[in-house]
Design a binder for this molecule. Structure first.
Ligand code: SF4
Ligand code: SF4
Length: 287
């Protein structure tokens, strides 16, 4: 859980890089005087999969979870919504920390699992600068130099990070999309779409199943059934929809009947400006 002054630039330029077989010595435990100190006054960014797991473990909806347990600060330079774990306004402690440690331990977020390791995957044409781990040594944490020496890959395995990495891959690809390098800003409506699809999955489910969404998009029955029973499938679909809606990628298929209706309307309107673009896009969407 790095402090806020730790910029990506600093990590890339100054931090010693660790490969999977590099070793470090660290131990965390209740007997240490720093126990749970890392769970207060800290910025923990949640991934969509973190939100999904945590809200499911609490048996509440994503909307409720986001309202009770997270904050989404917004600065003027920010291009997309970010969701952080909320800290208690008085004690500054994470709402999940208790006397015995993390009360959400089994479902704790990716960032909490990784700590004190960090991971960088800079978007850089230089292959030397791709993907590396690094060790965060903060004053508050007294676990460094304690316990057994271990390899980075052993820590990753022990903390169950592989599953989080695997489930987080579609989101990571979304975040690394070339779109973000362009000088384009999301409209407030697109921001809202992004927030709903990535984090508020119960609302996204209603958007798919309780609006005219399925009258427009051609989604096969097997996939729909999977999305009904498996939230990971639903999240995967949500991110594909975002790529369609934001990046204009052909990740979803618009129904032929809808395309034809649009074409008829465009013809009737004498191919008003914009109609050709819409037709081009929908035709592409249908392959
Ligand atoms: S989720 Fe658990 S591990 Fe993470 S900061 Fe909160 S209490 Fe600590
Ligand atoms: S050793 Fe580090 S990670 Fe473990 S409780 Fe102390 S501050 Fe937190």
């Amino acid at each position: 859980m790095p402090d806020e002054a730790l910029t990506q630039e600093k990590i890339i330029n100054d931090y010693p890089r660790l490969g999977l077989d590099d070793k470090f010595t660290f131990r965390c435990g209740k007997d240490l005087d720093c126990f749970t100190r890392c769970c207060q006054d800290v910025s923990i960014v949640l991934t969509p999969y973190d939100v999904l797991r945590l809200k499911k473990s609490l048996g509440i909806t994503s909307t409720e979870f986001l309202r009770k347990y997270t904050i989404s600060p917004f600065t003027k330079d920010q291009r997309i919504p970010v969701v952080l774990l909320k800290m208690d306004p008085e004690t500054k402690k994470c709402l999940f920390v208790g006397e015995e440690g993390c009360t959400a331990y089994t479902y704790r977020p990716w960032a909490c699992r990784m700590y004190p390791l960090g991971f960088a995957d800079p978007k850089n044409p230089n292959p030397e600068d791709h993907k590396f781990h690094f060790l965060l040594k903060e004053e508050i944490c007294h676990g460094h130099g304690q316990g057994e020496e271990m390899r980075v890959r052993d820590w990753i395995e022990d903390q169950g990070i592989e599953q989080y990495d695997m489930m987080g891959q579609p989101f990571k690809e979304l975040m690394l999309h070339d779109f973000w390098d362009r000088d384009e800003e999301l409209t407030p409506q697109q921001m809202e779409m992004y927030f709903m699809a990535c984090y508020d999955l119960d609302r996204f489910r209603r958007f798919v199943f309780e609006t005219k969404f399925l009258e427009m998009f051609d989604v096969n029955e097997d996939r729909l059934e999977a999305m009904r029973v498996d939230e990971v499938e639903l999240l995967d679909f949500a991110l594909q929809w975002l790529r369609f809606a934001l990046f204009k990628e052909k990740t979803l298929k618009i129904k032929r009947t809808v395309v034809e209706a649009w074409e008829r309307k465009a013809d009737a309107e004498g191919q008003a400006p914009g109609a050709a673009t819409m037709r081009e896009r929908t035709a592409n969407s249908n392959g």
